[in-house]
Design a protein around this ligand. Structure first.
Ligand code: SAM
Length: 320
């Protein structure tokens, strides 16, 4: 499989070759360790589309900010672990977002964050202060420590650490941060992908993209299960993955959330309703689910509307 820098370069090359867009996609890659390999993988691509810089994100950030100037920029931070994406660097992107379109995709390795956070209560261990400081630098605050001290089970701790980080990003960017779990084909959490955008519509669009990825993942999982059913059954209690919820159940659950929001606001457009729920239903529900849920609420007379069809972005829905 080509890595993401090669996929992005290929996309940039395809867009340039098609010549249909008014914009150009430029890729700027930073790599401290495998720089020669990165340059080799990128050698077929035009230098006007791809620029490789040796060094860490933080080291090259001032130069990158000058290079991208005020062009719309998507930053993709995907280190191993979390070193190099300290809050100080993220704040510079947040400041930029006030004057230029700035979106962010972050690989948030909550497993490593939680493991390192475990050093918090290991008194007298010489390595502990360095881990605690790294996490303070990642979050930019020490609020994560309350989550670690709270004695929650692991899965809940992972959720709360991710939510804390995402909320901080949302505030710093004065926008929306949503998170999505990336799992192994056996269903175990690998890391969270966080998406940050200042535009209310951005979250919905990225949710749609990830919904499609999630469904490719389901197909891949089924292929893996068919290919090696015995390996999967070896530790059933570890490997068991709950089956995907069927669409009718998902729509019913979504309808309840829509109704909760609608009752508070009394009326809102179909678009505003999706914006209001896009973080909670990130990558789980897409427009067709929202439409079906609204149709269900119309049938139940909880939305006052004379027909179920024709619900569009600007349609105003009244909740009773
Ligand atoms: C998980 S891989 C990224 C893979 C790539 N995004 C892909 O999907 O193919 C992590 C890479 O980031 C590099 N890296 C780690 N810390 C970094 C930092 N602070 N700045 C820039 N690159 C870093 C590592 O050397 C490694 O090559």
């Amino acid at each position: 499989m080509p890595g993401s820098p090669v996929m992005a370069a290929q996309l940039a090359a395809n867009l340039a070759a098609a010549g249909k867009r008014r914009y150009r996609l430029r890729c700027i890659n930073m790599e401290p360790k495998y720089f020669t390999e990165l340059c080799e993988a990128k050698s077929p691509y035009d230098s006007s589309l791809v620029l490789n810089l040796q060094g860490t994100f933080k080291e090259r950030l001032p130069e990158i900010l000058k290079l991208v100037d005020t062009h719309p920029t998507l930053f993709f931070l995907d280190p191993f672990g979390y070193k190099g994406m300290e809050w100080e660097a993220i704040s510079q992107l947040a400041q930029r977002s006030a004057r230029a379109k700035t979106e962010l995709i972050i690989n948030f390795n909550v497993g490593k964050v939680d493991r390192d956070a475990g050093w918090l209560d290991s008194y007298g261990q010489s390595a502990a202060p360095a881990f605690v400081q790294s996490l303070n630098e990642l979050f930019g605050v020490d609020l994560w420590q309350q989550i670690i001290y709270s004695g929650l089970p692991k899965a809940q701790r992972d959720d709360e650490l991710t939510e804390l980080y995402a909320n901080r990003l949302g505030e710093a960017f004065r926008g929306i941060a949503a998170w999505y779990p990336v799992r192994t084909v056996r269903g175990q959490l690998k890391y969270y992908v966080l998406h940050v955008t200042s535009h209310r519509r951005g979250c919905r669009e990225m949710g749609d993209v990830l919904y499609r990825v999630d469904h490719d993942y389901e197909a891949e999982k089924e292929r893996a299960e068919a290919a090696s059913p015995r390996t999967l059954a070896l530790f059933p209690e570890l490997e068991a993955v709950s089956p995907r919820e069927n669409e009718a159940d998902l729509v019913s659950r979504l309808a309840e959330d829509i109704y909760g929001l609608g009752k508070q606001r009394k009326q809102l457009t179909f678009g505003a309703l999706q914006d209001g729920l896009c973080v909670r239903w990130f990558a789980e529900a897409v427009e067709r689910h929202y439409r079906r849920a609204c149709q269900q609420l119309i049938r139940q007379r909880r939305i006052d509307r004379d027909k179920e069809t024709g619900i569009e972005e600007k349609s105003v829905l009244r909740f009773v």
